[in-house]
Design a protein. Structure first.
Ligand SMILES: [Zn+2]
Length: 264
């Protein structure tokens, strides 16, 4: 059976002597693993479809329970991304996250749309890379169903504390500085290891918390349209969302290590 589908290449590897394996993220079927015969040959008509970050209409057929790429046409290759090492590193991390939060045979319309918007934002440098990265990480947490509760301090309910907030990564909540120092004092007084809560705490401020809240609720087309109060707030947001997504997905990403190694 021959068919065609719009999708984005989120992973590509060499396969056999002269072929390529591509993972295409599609709205209808989620991830589709396709074999492109002869795609490493310069004469191949599928070669241009197999590049990472290529958004195309893929023509394929199904045989022996596998998808075989037969042709197609490129919609957007996000060519500009590859001209900048930081942008390339960030885009590589974004598609790896996309691969992590989607699966086969499960629609991925929202994640596909968000990933395309993000690649566009990286290519055109619509916002600082730290902000684009953070937005995608918050989106990924939300899509995976483990968003933190960031409606004020979880312990006292204060929504605008004088002292800053801390994001309690493992418990998915905010704690204000006052409650944190009280809790630490109590734990210190008890001196009982078992009662001490194992936690990873990342400092946040009101601007970073409002930005997180904005991203959670924004329509995809407006999801990058916000400003942080300062460069420090952006840095806090960026650290918090990175710690949050990697701890909740319980894995590290080599693409993230690469991005952190090459970022300014
Ligand atoms: Zn509090």
């Amino acid at each position: 059976m021959r068919a065609s589908c719009d999708g984005l290449v989120i992973r590509e590897t060499e396969y056999g002597e002269n072929d390529r394996l591509v993972t295409v993220l599609t709205a209808e079927h989620g991830q589709m693993l396709m074999i492109a015969k002869g795609a490493r040959s310069l004469k191949s008509k599928t070669m241009s479809l197999c590049r990472l970050f290529t958004y195309a209409n893929f023509e394929y057929y199904e045989k022996n329970g596998r998808y075989w790429l037969s042709g197609g046409s490129v919609n957007d290759s996000f060519f500009g991304i590859s001209s900048d090492i930081q942008g390339f590193a960030l885009a590589s991390y974004v598609v790896q996250l996309a691969s992590e939060i989607t699966g086969e045979e499960a629609g991925a319309e929202r994640t596909l749309r968000m990933t395309l918007n993000t690649l566009y934002a990286i290519e055109k440098r619509l916002k600082p890379f730290a902000q684009i990265k953070s937005v995608y990480e918050i989106f990924a947490s939300e899509e995976s169903g483990f968003s933190p509760d960031i409606d004020g301090c979880d312990m006292c309910g204060d929504e605008k504390p004088e002292s800053d907030f801390w994001l309690d990564i493992m418990n998915g909540r905010l704690v204000c500085g006052k409650c944190l120092s009280q809790r630490n004092a109590t734990a210190e007084a008890i001196k009982n290891e078992e009662l001490r809560i194992q936690s990873i705490l990342v400092p946040m401020d009101i601007s970073a918390v409002s930005a997180w809240e904005y991203v959670r609720r924004a329509e995809l087309k407006r999801i990058f349209s916000f400003e942080l109060a300062s460069a420090e707030s952006l840095e806090r947001l960026a650290k918090a969302s990175e710690a949050y997504i990697t701890n909740h997905l319980e894995r590290s990403f080599e693409t993230l290590e690469f991005y952190n190694a090459v970022k300014e």
